[in-house]
Design a protein around this ligand. Structure first.
Ligand code: ADP
Ligand code: MG
Length: 626
């Protein structure tokens, strides 16, 4: 029998494939099972138009059989089979997808599309097998043929016997080598788990003889092994079912089965899109942050299925970074799939699906915020930080999508409020959205700078996450209201700023003297109106605030080049301490220097900044005491 050569380009492709394309060998089984399923589909479609052919469901199945001693794994199907020519044309030429031609000539209307249009599937068998034998008998034919190949060096075809229509693919599993284990592809439990993972939702039963042991009936304490045929796949995917058929529990079970997380999701989204792009998706918003979530190790992505067959574990392109916490899966019949990730990235369908998904997630979060605040706050505690990063990243490109999903603690109600809620609480004379940034709500509540704003009856947003102020700066304004730090130079509370100016002018000489003593530690010393009970505080001029200075300087990348906010030392001229300052200025320059340095250091401490020289600071306090 003459050995035939693969076409030249097929040969090259085959070598490439065996060695590189698939990184995970186990997917050979997915490919062969998909082909078997395609072959049954073909009979199914033929039966739709051919009155002589009846599709009796029970006659169609896929069977996996293992012979450990012979080291063979056989995948059989009762599908349409292949003629001699088919074997030659379909398996002799790589990437000549027979399924593709079939699809074009048949109109498939009911969504039962044929999987396996990924080109080179069959050849993946050579990743685990030395020899691949295909025995096939085509529908309507009395003859059967055997195709056999050891890989790149060609194949043989000869006539053989086969009782029924269909195809057996027999893999001679490779021997283990030092580096590679192949025995696992002869283990029932391993094969079962691969089928579960990739082919659970194939529409036809995938049967397998499974060996188990049971207690012997007659002899107590003794066990016997027995073999029974099991159907390994569950066949109907939950995402193809109607939402009305499914309960919350079904969705939660699927989440657990799929190990999307070990928590209970706060919410799920079931999408059945049949507009411009056709796809089904089940998405989950988890409750807890995965332990590696805020690290580089965390990988975002959704499972991607093509017509019921898993083709990618984590398709990152389906989720924007700011929704990277979302788990779940997408199944589409429309994807023009190729196994290469690069091609997938440019796929128009995939982009359309991603866009669609993004807006569904957003509206789901928005309705949670509106209708189930408790759940939303649970979610927000876990992933709010990611949303804020999302606002800040990419120069604020996505702030419109995200700003309405943000929550901050309110000074008034001591609970979380959205920006929309804040603005709706604003009295008419309030110009800005006020915020205070710092370590904790407890600390911020005591911040002297908040006194005036709070006195006015205005609400303050307490920003306690290091990303908060950066995100706020990117948003710039919300519903035409600008954000204003309570520590910023001009609070926009008018009457007071005029008075402040007068007070500053009146005491200009003193303030200039203090500024000279402090040098470039501060830009200015001035009278403050924001202070009511405290003697002193720091405010800032310009964009950079003290909180931002702290955050930026704490970053490892800051290195030696520390950033510095333009600080202003504000003095409460109505405080008793001010009288002492004035007296010192008139009579005792040394005392003025002592007081100035004390007040400055106090202001630093209030801000949570370290004092420059703690020893000097405590010595100064002692000087005042004696
Ligand atoms: P694809 O599935 O993308 O067409 P494959 O390399 O997986 O590519 O398979 C090549 C072709 O071989 C299929 O299109 C089909 O015509 C034929 N084929 C493979 N396996 C079977 C099978 N079990 N029964 C019938 N035909 C098969
Ligand atoms: Mg295939």
């Amino acid at each position: 029998m003459a050995k035939k050569q693969f076409k030249a380009e097929s040969k090259r492709l085959l070598e490439m494939m065996i060695n590189s394309i698939y990184t995970q060998r186990e997917i050979f089984l997915r490919e062969l099972v998909s082909n078997a399923s395609d072959a049954i589909d073909k009979i199914y479609y033929r039966a739709l138009t051919d009155d002589n052919l009846v599709f009796n469901k029970d006659d169609y199945f896929i069977k996996i059989a293992v012979d450990k001693a012979a080291r063979t794994l056989t995948i059989s199907d009762t599908g349409i089979g292949m003629t001699k020519d088919d074997l030659e044309n379909n398996l002799g030429i790589i990437a000549n997808s027979g399924s593709f031609a079939f699809k074009n000539e048949t109109e498939l209307k009911d969504g039962h599309n044929i999987i396996g249009q990924f080109g080179v599937g069959f050849y993946s068998a050579f990743m685990v097998a030395d020899v691949v034998t295909v025995i096939s008998r085509a529908l309507g034919s009395e003859e059967a043929y055997k195709w056999q190949s050891k890989g790149a060096d060609g194949y043989t075809i000869e006539a053989c016997d086969k009782d029924s229509v269909g195809t057996d693919i027999i893999l001679q599993i490779k021997d283990n080598t030092e580096d590679d284990q192949y025995d696992e592809y002869l283990e029932e439990y391993r094969l079962k788990s691969i089928i579960k993972k990739y082919s659970d939702f194939i529409r036809y039963p995938i049967k397998m003889d499974v060996t188990s042991s049971r207690a012997k009936e007659d002899a107590e304490g003794e066990y016997e092994e027995y073999t029974e045929e099991q159907t390994v796949n569950s066949m109907v995917p939950i995402w193809r079912k109607n939402k009305s058929e499914l309960t919350d529990e079904d969705y939660e079970n699927f989440y657990m089965e799929k190990r999307y997380g070990f928590d209970k999701p706060v919410s799920h989204i079931h999408i059945k899109a049949d507009g411009a792009v056709v796809y089904n998706a089940i998405l989950y918003i988890p409750e807890n942050t995965p332990f590696d979530y805020y690290t580089k190790e965390y990988e975002k992505g959704l499972e991607l299925y093509s017509n019921g067959v898993l083709i990618m574990d984590k398709c990152a392109d389906l989720l924007p970074d700011y929704f990277s916490f979302v788990k779940g899966m997408v199944d589409s019949e429309d994807l023009s799939l190729n196994i290469s990730r690069e091609l997938l990235q440019h796929d128009r369908q995939l982009k359309a699906i991603a866009k669609n998904i993004q807006s569904k997630i957003k509206s789901q979060l928005q309705s949670l915020l509106k209708d189930d605040r408790e759940k939303y706050e649970k979610f927000y505690a876990s992933f709010g930080r990611q949303l804020k990063f999302g606002v800040y990243n990419d120069y604020g490109m996505n702030k419109e999508v995200l700003q309405d999903l943000l929550l901050f603690t309110s000074s008034k109600e001591k609970k979380l409020v959205s920006l929309d809620e804040y603005v709706s609480h604003m009295p008419e004379d309030q110009k800005y959205i006020y915020y205070a940034a710092g370590e904790s709500v407890e600390r911020l509540e005591k911040l002297p700078q908040t006194e005036l704003v709070a006195d006015k009856g205005y609400e303050i947003l307490y920003l306690t996450d290091d990303i908060d102020e950066f995100a706020i700066k990117v948003i710039l304004n919300y519903k035409d209201k600008e954000f204003k730090s309570v520590s910023s130079g001009d609070l926009g509370i008018e009457a007071d700023s005029a008075e402040e100016k007068a007070d500053t002018e009146e005491n200009q000489e003193l303030f200039t003297a203090m500024k000279d003593l402090l040098g470039d530690k501060v830009k200015e010393v001035k009278a403050s109106k924001r202070l009511k009970s405290h003697p002193v505080c720091l405010s800032t001029e310009g964009e950079l605030t003290i909180e931002m200075e702290k955050v930026l300087n704490a970053m490892p990348s800051a290195g030696g080049q520390a950033v510095k906010a333009d600080k202003v030392l504000e003095i409460n001229v109505n405080h008793d301490v001010f009288q002492s300052l004035k007296n010192a200025h008139e009579t005792d320059k040394e005392k003025l220097s002592l007081y100035t340095s004390l007040l400055y250091n106090q202001a630093l401490l209030i801000e949570g900044l370290p004092v420059g020289d703690p020893v000097e600071f405590t010595n100064d306090i002692c000087k005042v005491m004696v």
